[in-house]
Design a protein around this ligand. Sequence first.
Ligand code: PDD
Length: 283
Amino acid sequence: MDIVFFNGEYLPKDKIRISPDDRGFLFAEGIYEVIRWYRSFFYDMDGHIARMKASLEKTRIIWPAAGSFPEIALELIRRNMLEDQPALVYLQVTRGAAIRSHAFPKPPVPPTVYSFARGMMPDNNDPESGIRIMLAEDIRWKRCDIKSIALLPNTLSFQEALDSGFHECAFVRDGKITECSHSNIFFVSGGSLYTHPETEHILPGITRKNVIRIARNAGIAVMETPVTINMLAAVSEAFLTNTSGEIVPVTLIGEQVIGNGQPGPITLLLRSEFRNEINSLQG
Ligand code: PDD
């Protein structure tokens, strides 16, 4: 039985009881985080904590123990005997349980805090293959910078992509490609890297931020400028970034084959630089 963290305690998962009055259940009113464990360390814990705290602040959810997430995450890895394998730790925080009302509970109630760990099989060890992504209108709201648990537009669009034979869905807002259902997206054009700027239309991905740093250190120019659908024909490479997949080459977007349909040299270079960083952190 998995051991999970729930409101200050470590418990077997089947002992968890969440109130039907929880505002996460009633209003999807909560935030989440996902961090990757690499056998001996969490990648960029500081970045994940900073984003979690920003999401809490923007949603006005108060979790005084937010700074304890590194201890919780490590304890979950230990208690579930995941130390020696790649794993993900999820954290979900909602405004808590209270009689249904659009107004915030008064007096405030404690947040509901739930965290769990699970082992993962890395699925990105084959740089020869690339994935196909669908284009769809960005039907999400205007605060995509918050890592909100309200993910219906994301799951609907992702499932539509799967049902249509694609691996992921890229959102288009006013002709500009923003990001994907659960990843950020980068393009290579004229030897430079392009990705949507950190605005309220994308999640500030932790992998995105680190890939930008790694690319600049490798001498690659990075433009935080959106790519429009009209520019796609001029794109020579594309890839996705997220915590679980790291850097995933993209070889088809909608009907547009990217480059020669194979992962390109800058994508492969960045994958190898990212791997080098992981290996050096692993010691
Ligand atoms: N998703 N954009 C969206 C909409 C996301 O949901 C995610 C992450 C990202 C990439 O962020 P990061 O590099 O910090 O993982 C971008 C996670 C993995 C998830 O929902 O499972």
